[in-house]
Structures are given as structure tokens and as C-alpha cells.
Design a protein around this ligand. Structure first.
Ligand code: GLA
Length: 725
């Protein structure tokens, strides 16, 4: 058991292999946070400090004791209304329009196994791998209840949090904010966040936490390109290899808000939860509201270790299905090869070339359905445009299969074009505000997935295609931010964005259950919805619409802080690159794309003979190394923002095998030698370069570093495999 309750002192102690998390029910019934960090066997309650603080209010039941204030005490579930003026984790508006709630401890249960959440994705684990703590809190004056859920996964050093609010009172209340909270009474921290834009996602940014709110989030209805719903709080001296750091990862794909703020007593509060703007969720008498899950993890040995914990959690306890831990098919996607200009002949041409090169699957991207020759029409009409394709889909798939390839297809189920049969028939199924002209994005509107009949209709359209064709992969796309949030059936519009995400998840769950053999890849204009919520349904996500190998180095570097290589969709594309105009060697493009699920996104029929030979080798090499690439331990070896080189390494669990990759970002005359230090190797042994046979003492590889040969061309890449001898 990893959850302990000290009845005498009312202390809960959650333990993973290397971490401890403690909280206490105090004499007033408040649930105070005590500690999160290195594993300890001691209890931290004596470290709470009580002083009279001016302008920090006191709950009524503490009487004259002005040293007791929720404004300064560390808490598990800080609500607006108890006299805590810091950023609240939970805000409730009651029927009379006032805000206020005051939840106190009632009871708790400790269970084997990991809780799950109705309608929402959540970390899963067997009864042997996890335990659950449920703490029930009740409002002091209203019949409202909150169950705080804690999942403890000792082996992965992960603790998850969620909460369920239940309204047992006769009146409806409104949830205006819901998040998970981590309070720290000491510490000087930096916050590391991942910001970006379309085609340039997850740029790492590290800032000092000060006496101001550092807020990230998305108001777009999706987790967004602009900020990833993952944050790291790191001690100021923490780096990749040493120091303390904490992660919070949201298992949710809609709007979110994350914040870090130092309070008046230099204490730090970190929150991650639902985006409060446009959230007003009505909870009627007898109803409940589920707060999406947050994954917490702590590392005492730097950021690489923290990432390993998150990777393992997502790979083994978030991703599901037949493809969860197997090598995914190497694919060729038609998008950058043909864009909208596809037909059966071209697709078959790609497939034939692909077969010669050892590629496993052809993916027919956008342009095959309805009236769809550009991005101005057709979305919502999910029937095959046989006239454009030149033959029935079944026949094309038959040919592709006969050539030895699997067949995959692109859908964008959440969207509708105004120029579509679906929109003409059901204009009220799109988000539009009565009396206003809607804001368009990519010239399309968003379907109201908070409505069951809309989800059902699109689902049935997809089934008609899937049931009659041998399709083995779906790319699920979503190509605009949501606006004009108005559901023509919902009363309270503040529920719509949350219900939309539930509708999306329900759709994906149906696909997952009814088509277990289809591999799903998530996508939202590339990596605009790259989050742990989507990864519960789609074990891989197209990382970015930017396929330029050099830009990808930073995008994939940022992504690697929170997400495993097995989740990252990566393809080799043509040069000059379509997004940046940059030319890079084919080998470099291959090296970069190998840090992911691998594939090609170019016209294979236009390749030179020389490139075909290289691609054949790349594909064979990827297939040989993929089990290690996808399941090994990924280490960042350099910082592509400051170093001339981008380098990373993948280590097998038993430390026997190491894959080393690097790309030279800058080349100059008379270059000083570049050494890259390897990490995590077994000490005191020798590793051999499998190609040259050269032997290296492991300690020196880790302390001096691997000397790289000088670059002879721009963006030269390095790729080596070492085995322990
Ligand atoms: C998005 C995706 C691309 C491609 C296009 C098709 O931008 O990210 O990979 O599928 O849509 O319209």
C-alpha cells in the first residue's frame, strides 16, 4: 500500500518509490497541504507556521485566534470564500448570486487500484500498480460535497489528482473555476512552460517565479498550439541532471489555465485546471461535476529524470489499445505530396513506390470526400467523392493492399464548411451566435459536439466508411480554434465548451471500442491539441505542421519534456522545406524523424535513385531500432536554444544499448571540437560503437563526452549505436 493514514494526527501520507506527499486534516476540519518532495518516513505537520497577519482574515470558528488564516496556510483545495485571497482552485456561485464555499473534511477511503473518471480520460493502472485515496469534504452550510481523488503510482513516481463536486442541495449552483493546486511554503522557483504558434509549437521558456501571477492557458476550446497544458516548477539551480523539479500535466484537451504565483509570505502556489473564461457550469440539485485530472510528478535529479517519469506514465498508463506499445507502421502521408490534388492514380503511385521502399502504410489525407478541392468547402460531408478519386474507395484500398501496404484515412469530424450539405441541412449544428455573423477559422465552422445528435450523426457517417472499407489508421484532425460558443439547445452557455470536450471524448471512445484494430493519430493543425487527454484515445499525435528538420529539433525538444517519443508523429519531407524554404540533408531529416513514430510526407514518385536507396536504408534502420526508440529512456543531451548542436540519446532499460543522435545547428570556420556527454550509462564499463568497433569507457563518455567528427556540410547529423561490452 502506498497510502497511509495516521489517525492520531489526521495525516495522510502518499508514498511513491522516491517521493512523499502529505496533507493533514486540522482541528477545524480544513485539509492542509504539508509536503511534496523527496521520500521521507517523517511527518511534516510541525512545519506549519501560525502568526497573526494583518489583513489576512480568519474563519469564524477559530474565534479570537488571529494566527489562523486560510490566506497563508498551504491547502489542498483552496476555494473562494474561506478568506484565502490567493488564486483559488475552486470557485462556486450559489443560487443567490454570491460566491462562497467552505469545504471541511468528513471522511476518507483508501482503495486498491486507480480511480477512473466518467466521461473523461484518466491515468489507468492495475490494482498492483496503484492505490486511490478519496477524501470527502462537505460545505459547512450547504449540502455540497467534494470528493478529492488521489491516485498513487509508486513505481512511476506519479500522483494524480481529480475532484468530483456533488450538489445535494435543492438549488442549482454554478462552477466557475476548477483546478488542482500545489502549495509550497518554501522555495525559490523557476517556472518552465511551452509556448508556440501554428507550425512552431512547444518552445521552452524558463522564467523566475516572483510576486506576480505567471499565467498560461488556452481560451480556444482546445489545449492549443500557443501553450501546452504542462508546467514545470524547478528550483532555481535545477538543470537536466540535478536539482528538484515538479511537473503538472493536464489530462484534458479543452481550454485550460495554469498559473504560478508567489504570495505575500514568499510561498508559491501552482494551479492547473479548466480555463475559467467562458466556464459557468450549472450543477442542478442531485447532479455532479467532474474536474479533469492532473498528473503530478517530482524529481530530485533534474529535468531528464522528471521527463522519464512523465514518459513512462503516459506510455504505460495513459495511452491504450492495440498499438500502445508496439512499433507503429511506417507511413507515407499524401498531404505534402499532393495537398488537395489527390486521385486514385496518384495515391496508387505513392503506394507502389512506398512498397519498394519498405514503407508499411499509405495515408490518404485531406481532399477525398464531399466537394473538397480546397479548404473552403466539404467538411461535414463524409462520403467518398468517387468522381474525384476516379474509383470507389474499396477498389483503391484493394490495390494499395495488393501492393503490400495498409491504408489509412484523414477525417476532421468536429468541423463543418458553410458550403456543405451538412451545413445547409443543419445550420444550427454549428457554433454560431443568433444575430451575429460567426468568426471563421480556415473558412470553416465548428460543430456543436456538446449535442449528442451531432456527435451521433458524424459518428454514423464515419462508420459507413469504416465498415465498408479496410481502413487501418485514422488521422483525426481539428483545424481551427473555437469561437462563437453558442449551443442552440443548451440553456446555460457556460457549460458548452466543457460538454464539447465530453462529446469529443465520447466519440473517440466509441471508435476505440468498436474499431480496436484501427490506429488513431491525433492532429490539430499539427500539434495544436498535443495533450495527455488526447493520448488516452490516440497513442500518437502529429507533432507539428512544420516538417523542417531544424525547426523540428526545437519543437521535439520542447515536446520531450512532457511526452514520450512513442506519442510524437514525425515525418521526413521534401526540400526545400514547404514551411521554411530550408534545405537539409536527407540523412538529417531521417535522424530527426526517427525520434518519433516515423514516416514520409513527400512525393515518393519524384525521388532520385540515390534518395530511394537512402530512404530504403532509413526505413529498414528505423524498423530495426524502433522498439528501443519507442520504449527506451530518452535523454536530452544539449539545449538547442543555446548550443551549436542538438543532441539526444535513447538508452535501453538494462543500459546495454544506447542510440546517440545529433544535428549540427551552426557551422563556422576552424570549428572547435564538439564533445557531447552521454547520460545514464552503466558506470565502470566499456561501450562499443557498433559501426566502427571503437570502444569507449562509459565514465569518460559521461564526463568528457563523445568527440564528434567535424561537420563537412551544413546541418550535418550524427547517428551512432553503442552496446555495452
Ligand atoms: C492540417 C494538418 C495537416 C493536413 C491538413 C489537411 O493542417 O495538420 O497535416 O492534414 O490539415 O487539410
Amino acid at each position: 500500500m502506498s497510502i497511509f493514514y495516521d489517525q492520531q494526527n489526521n495525516i495522510f501520507h502518499l508514498q511513491t518509490h522516491h517521493t512523499s506527499y502529505q496533507m493533514k486534516v486540522d482541528s477545524y476540519g480544513f485539509l492542509l497541504h504539508l509536503y511534496y518532495g523527496n521520500r521521507t518516513e517523517q511527518q511534516a505537520d510541525q512545519f506549519l507556521v501560525y502568526r497573526d497577519r494583518g489583513f489576512s482574515s480568519n474563519p469564524c470558528d477559530v474565534g479570537e485566534d488571529r494566527t489562523y488564516s486560510m490566506d497563508v496556510l498551504p491547502q489542498e483545495f483552496p476555494c473562494l470564500g474561506t478568506g484565502d485571497y490567493r488564486n483559488a482552485a475552486f470557485v462556486l456561485q450559489q443560487a443567490d448570486g454570491s460566491w462562497g464555499c467552505d469545504f471541511r473534511y468528513v471522511s476518507h477511503t483508501i482503495k486498491k487500484g486507480k480511480y477512473s473518471l466518467e466521461g473523461l480520460p484518466a491515468v489507468y493502472a492495475s490494482d498492483k500498480e496503484a492505490d486511490t485515496l478519496e477524501i470527502v469534504l462537505k460545505d459547512v452550510s450547504k449540502d455540497w460535497e467534494v470528493t478529492l481523488l488521489y491516485g498513487v503510482l509508486p513505481e512511476v513516481d506519479v500522483i494524480t489528482r481529480s475532484a468530483i463536486f456533488r450538489n445535494h442541495s435543492p438549488e442549482q449552483v454554478i462552477v466557475e473555476k476548477a483546478a488542482a493546486c500545489l502549495d509550497f511554503v518554501t522555495g525559490d522557483f523557476d517556472v518552465i512552460t511551452f509556448h508556440g504558434r501554428h507550425a512552431m509549437e512547444r518552445n521552452r521558456e524558463r522564467s523566475r517565479v516572483g510576486h506576480y501571477a505567471h499565467v498560461i492557458g488556452s481560451r480556444r476550446g482546445t489545449s492549443s498550439h500557443q501553450y501546452n497544458p504542462m508546467m514545470i516548477l524547478a528550483a532555481a539551480d535545477t538543470n537536466e541532471d540535478q536539482g528538484q523539479c515538479y511537473a503538472m500535466t493536464f489530462v484534458y484537451s479543452g481550454g485550460f489555465e495554469g498559473s504560478v504565483e508567489k504570495d505575500q509570505m514568499n510561498q508559491t502556489r501552482m494551479l492547473l485546471g479548466l480555463q475559467p473564461q467562458q466556464l459557468r457550469y450549472p450543477v442542478a440539485a442531485g447532479e455532479s461535476f467532474v474536474v479533469p485530472e492532473v498528473i503530478l510528478s517530482f524529481s530530485n535529479s533534474g529535468l531528464n529524470q522528471l521527463s522519464h517519469q512523465l514518459h513512462q506514465c503516459i506510455r504505460s498508463h495513459v495511452c491504450r489499445g492495440r498499438y500502445q506499445s508496439v512499433v507503429r507502421p511506417v507511413l507515407v502521408n499524401s498531404w505534402e505530396a499532393c495537398y488537395f490534388d489527390i486521385d486514385a492514380q496518384k495515391l496508387y503511385g505513392l503506394a507502389k513506390e512506398a512498397a519498394d521502399l519498405g514503407i508499411d502504410m499509405l495515408v490518404m489525407d485531406d481532399g477525398w470526400f464531399g466537394k473538397r478541392d480546397d479548404d473552403n468547402s466539404g467538411l461535414g460531408d463524409w462520403y467518398v467523392n468517387e468522381e474525384k478519386l476516379g474509383m470507389p474507395l474499396q477498389e483503391l484500398i484493394g490495390q494499395v493492399n495488393a501492393a503490400g501496404l495498409k491504408f489509412g484515412i484523414w477525417f476532421e469530424p468536429e468541423m463543418v464548411s458553410e458550403d456543405s450539405e451538412l451545413y445547409r441541412k443543419h445550420p444550427d449544428w454549428a457554433f454560431t451566435i443568433p444575430g451575429r455573423k460567426p468568426v471563421r477559422g480556415r473558412n470553416q465552422l465548428v460543430l456543436d459536439f456538446s449535442r449528442k445528435e451531432v456527435v451521433d450523426h458524424v459518428y454514423e457517417q464515419l462508420c459507413r466508411i469504416l465498415d465498408h472499407n479496410h481502413i487501418e489508421y485514422i488521422k483525426w484532425d481539428m483545424n481551427r480554434s473555437i469561437s462563437d460558443v453558442y449551443s442552440h439547445v443548451a440553456g446555460e452557455q457556460g457549460r458548452v465548451l466543457y460538454d464539447y470536450v465530453l462529446g469529443l471524448y465520447e466519440f473517440l471512445e466509441r471508435l476505440h471500442e468498436n474499431y480496436p484494430n484501427i490506429l488513431l493519430e491525433g492532429c490539430s493543425g499539427g500539434g495544436g491539441r498535443f495533450d495527455a487527454g488526447m493520448l488516452y484515445y490516440t497513442p500518437q499525435i502529429w507533432c507539428s505542421d512544420n516538417t523542417d528538420a531544424i525547426d523540428r529539433l526545437r519543437i521535439q525538444y520542447g515536446t520531450s519534456f512532457g511526452y514520450p517519443v512513442s506519442a510524437v508523429g514525425t515525418h521526413v519531407s521534401a526540400v526545400p522545406n514547404h514551411q521554411t524554404g530550408r534545405s537539409t540533408p536527407l540523412q538529417t531529416r531521417g535522424v530527426v524523424a526517427m525520434a518519433g513514430t516515423f514516416g514520409y510526407e513527400l512525393d515518393l514518385t519524384k525521388l532520385s535513385t540515390e534518395d530511394k536507396v537512402s530512404i530504403k536504408e532509413q526505413v529498414a534502420q528505423y524498423k530495426e531500432l524502433a522498439p528501443l526508440i519507442l520504449n527506451g529512456r530518452y535523454y536530452r543531451l544539449s539545449d538547442p536554444y543555446t548550443d551549436d548542436i542538438a543532441a539526444w540519446q535513447i538508452l535501453s532499460g538494462n543500459q546495454q544499448e544506447v542510440l546517440f543522435y545529433a544535428v549540427q545547428l551552426e557551422t563556422h570556420g576552424n570549428m572547435p571540437p564538439v564533445y557531447v556527454r552521454l547520460k545514464g550509462l552503466r558506470e565502470g564499463v566499456t561501450y562499443k560503437d557498433t559501426r566502427t568497433g571503437q570502444r569507449y569507457p562509459s565514465d569518460l563518455l559521461m564526463n568528457i563526452g563523445l568527440p564528434l567528427s567535424s561537420a563537412t556540410q551544413e546541418y550535418q547529423s550524427y547517428q551512432m549505436k553503442f552496446v555495452m561490452v
